[in-house]
Design a protein around this ligand. Structure first.
Ligand code: ADP
Ligand code: ZN
Ligand code: ZN
Length: 751
């Protein structure tokens, strides 16, 4: 008897099944199995063996779902690594890694069948056998030319395509004929029509239209090739905004595609990089496959299945989930904006870091990794200057474009001198006015959406808070509601104070909505648009905002970090950062690094062409904050030196790795007891490496209190051993019935 250990999409390890007679299985195959009283799941065959499991009645697996395995052995290794390193189960990896339509499940056989993936079909055309002789058909085409010129023309096209396809059926859509004409040809007995599985071709034979690299770009591309050929697997490119990193990527991608290898280009959030995809499509045409959460489940499933059978030469552009696709011929992974925080999945298991996973996959497949950023993460930078990664810099902008001039505008001083109007210092208003007069564009950044981040009673100081989360509710003018940005709770805008019953309720602070409204009042003739989560609810709405700005139909674009990502708009000469303070003052040890990265990235949108030099105005009440100084001088290295020194002193990453333990419960007393006990157990094993229990800045979400514990594992210590010890301590706690309601999760390499 043969057996298969199978992974099911549950938070559990593998299960053993007997294999029905005559069923041929390979590791990585998807199968339908019954589990529990009646549920039917898709499972992945993990291991085949002939050791009878020690159970009374073993279930049998009797059906395979796809002709080819969904995973190859390297993907199996990747799943195991993810489960092991990020401390979750293979089932949780499976849930995340496979698109939903690929893995149907159901409460009954009928339900399962209804969920099963049906490949899309389309009509195919073929010449009937008697017309497959070229001379005969050509004579016929000639004969009917006068009487039926359209039919004759269509037959000519059909002949051409038939010859290309060895007279096998080919997709009808390749013909530019309307349906009535096709069916007339069928009735007249020339052709046969059939329904077949739609083939999605990604390849094309055109040579890519590569940009001509500048000498500086050329030399960086050479350095990267050199470092790869010397066997250094990872290379970091620090290229300032507008230096042409994308052009360097294109050149390296073309190298690999020409050799028949696959390339994966990872981007932080795909919806925010439609411009990059456009540029890649212009160069690589149909070879580009995109993969991200905004695609329909069908498109994702088709992409996945197509890649399981690919012969190589694929360029996949995707968000971090694209790492889990079958990249069978992978030779290069590029991680663009490698410092971006959104590469880390934090909300659901596996809580993996896309950049680190990219490096792991590349090493599994013997591929190279290129990390690119204007402001690399300190982790990557430390690896680069320490010699572990190859390293190149590109510190000039393309063409004659120069870096924008950076003006620090002190909000406190502006108020004192009467040089401030609503939320704008005069220096920013003047810069905007000048730009508009010259017909140039403006981008205004505020990292809060909505109208006001809170409303408060001007008599007693009461603020309106979310009943489920420990945060204030944001006032949204567009919906005239108060909204919680964490749980989605909404409420009416209060008319009076529930405490002192006066009606002196005032909106406080400002978000993007208010900036948009204010700027429209200050510059009534300017065309203003806003880009944030509220205005870009669909991909098309998002694309329209970008297109209008690109075409010059909008003068001023107000937005959240959404406007900071990789955009290349040629006519932006002024960028305003309305309030740098809330970036500088976060309690996180990464706050300075993050603030520097974000401000540099936003600032980098200005002056990207040589004809319109840019100005960036940063409003802050802390002009002496060191981050502001580094930003003003564009001095990444000074930031890195100072921050690395600090991290070293306090043993933070990159000098350690962080294991964060998040505990949640509705009962605060119980939660505190549980956290204290766990921390004591951990201290027995980890000593002073344990930090906490501490309350995070937002210590209650969706009705649950939250407490954090953290373990710092200094470099050189075994993470595997640490995870083991942590696992032991956790089991000790979760086996106690009094804590059974407490949810405990582990975030490895927490951000
Ligand atoms: P980065 O990604 O480093 O911010 P980009 O790749 O967006 O920079 O380049 C900035 C601008 O300069 C883009 O409009 C790009 O098309 C242009 N550019 C850069 N290098 C070249 C080149 N070698 N040839 C033509 N245009 C280039
Ligand atoms: Zn009040
Ligand atoms: Zn809430």
């Amino acid at each position: 008897m043969r057996y298969a250990d199978i992974v099911l999409p549950l938070a559990q390890p593998t299960y053993s099944f007997a294999i029905a007679d005559g069923l041929e299985l390979q590791c990585g195959d998807a199968v339908a199995v019954q589990f529990g009283p009646r549920n039917i799941y898709t499972g992945i065959v993990w291991r085949l063996h002939d050791v009878a499991p020690n159970v009374k009645r073993i279930k049998t697996v009797s059906r395979k779902l796809y002709p080819q395995p969904l995973l190859d052995s390297q993907q199996q290794q990747l799943w195991e690594w993810l489960a092991d390193y990020y401390m979750c189960t293979l089932g949780e990896v499976m849930r995340m890694a496979l698109p939903s339509l690929i893995k149907p499940q159901g409460a009954s056989a009928e339900e399962f069948a209804a969920e099963e993936f049906q490949p899309r079909t389309e009509s195919f055309v073929a010449l009937r056998a008697e017309w497959q002789v070229e001379e005969t058909l050509l004579a016929e085409i000639e004969r009917i030319k006068r009487r039926a010129p359209k039919r004759s023309e269509a037959l000519q096209a059909i002949l051409t395509f038939s010859q290309k396809h060895d007279f096998q059926p080919f997709p009808r859509r390749l013909l530019e004929c309307d349906a009535p004409l096709i069916s007339a040809l069928q009735k007249a007995g020339y052709i046969e029509l059939s329904q077949r599985e739609r083939v999605i071709e990604s390849r094309h034979d055109l040579e890519p239209l590569l940009p001509q690299l500048t000498p500086a770009q050329q030399s960086v591309a050479e350095q990267i090739r050199q470092s790869q050929s010397e066997g250094r697997r990872v290379h970091l490119l620090r290229g300032i905004t507008g230096s042409g990193k994308t052009e360097i990527y294109m050149t390296l991608i073309a190298d690999v595609l020409a050799r028949g290898g696959d390339v994966l280009l990872l981007v932080p959030e795909i919806a925010l990089t439609s411009q990059l995809i456009e540029r890649m499509r212009r160069v690589f045409g149909k070879r580009v496959t995109t993969y991200h959460s905004k695609l329909t489940a069908l498109r994702r499933t088709e992409a996945y299945l197509r890649l399981t059978a690919s012969e190589g030469g694929e360029l996949v552009i995707g968000a971090r989930s694209a790492l889990l696709l079958p990249h069978r011929h992978l030779q290069l992974v590029i991680v663009d904006e490698e410092h971006d925080q959104s590469y880390k999945q934090s909300d659901t298991a596996p809580r993996y870091n896309g950049r680190d996973t990219a490096i792991y996959i590349a090493s599994l497949r013997g591929a190279a990794t290129l990390l690119g950023s204007a402001t690399p993460s300190l982790e990557s930078y430390a690896n680069a200057i320490g010699g572990k990664y190859g390293y190149s810099e590109l510190l000039e902008r393309y063409g004659n474009a120069t870096l924008p001039q950076i003006i620090i505008s002190d909000t406190v001083r502006a108020v004192k001198r009467g040089e401030r109007k609503i939320h704008f210092n005069h220096s920013l208003l003047n810069a905007i006015g000048d730009a508009l007069q010259r017909g140039e564009q403006v981008m205004l950044f505020q990292n809060r959406r909505g109208f006001s981040p809170f409303v408060s009673c001007s008599d007693c100081g009461w603020t309106m808070r979310c009943p489920h989360c420990n945060v204030t509710l944001t006032l949204h003018n567009s919906t005239s509601r108060m909204e919680c940005h964490y749980c989605g709770y909404t409420a009416q805008v209060p008319k009076s104070c529930p405490h002192c019953h006066t009606s002196h309720i005032t909106p406080m602070g400002f978000g993007t909505e208010k900036i948009e409204q204010t700027i429209e009042q200050l510059f009534p003739t300017a065309r203003v648009a806003r880009l944030d989560r509220d205005t870009s609810t669909s991909e098309s709405a998002y694309n329209r905002i970008i297109r209008d700005f690109e075409n010059g139909d909008t003068d001023i674009l107000v937005g959240t970090q959404m406007i900071s990502k990789g955009f290349d708009f040629g006519r932006v000469s002024v960028v305003g950062i309305l309030n740098a303070d809330n970036l500088l003052n976060s309690p996180d040890f990464r706050a300075s690094e993050r603030a520097f990265q974000l401000i540099m990235q936003v600032a980098g949108r200005a002056g990207r062409r040589d004809d319109a030099p840019g100005v960036v105005v940063i409003q802050t009440s802390e002009p002496d904050n060191p981050v502001i100084g580094w930003v003003q001088r564009g001095d990444y290295e000074a930031m890195a030196r100072s921050e690395l020194h600090e991290r070293h002193t306090f043993c933070y990453p990159p000098y350690s790795r962080l294991l964060r333990i998040v505990l949640r419960d509705e009962d605060l007393q119980l939660l505190r007891r549980c956290a204290t006990q766990l921390s004591e157990r951990l201290r027995e094993k980890f000593g002073r490496r344990v930090v906490g229990p501490v309350s995070p800045p937002i210590d209650r979400l969706r009705g649950e209190y939250i407490i954090h514990l953290m373990i710092k594992i200094e470099n050189g210590r075994s993470m595997a051993r640490a995870r083991e010890l942590l696992g032991e301590a956790m089991r000790g706690i979760s086996s106690r019935s009094e804590y059974k309601t407490v949810k405990i999760l582990i975030d490895v390499d927490a951000q």
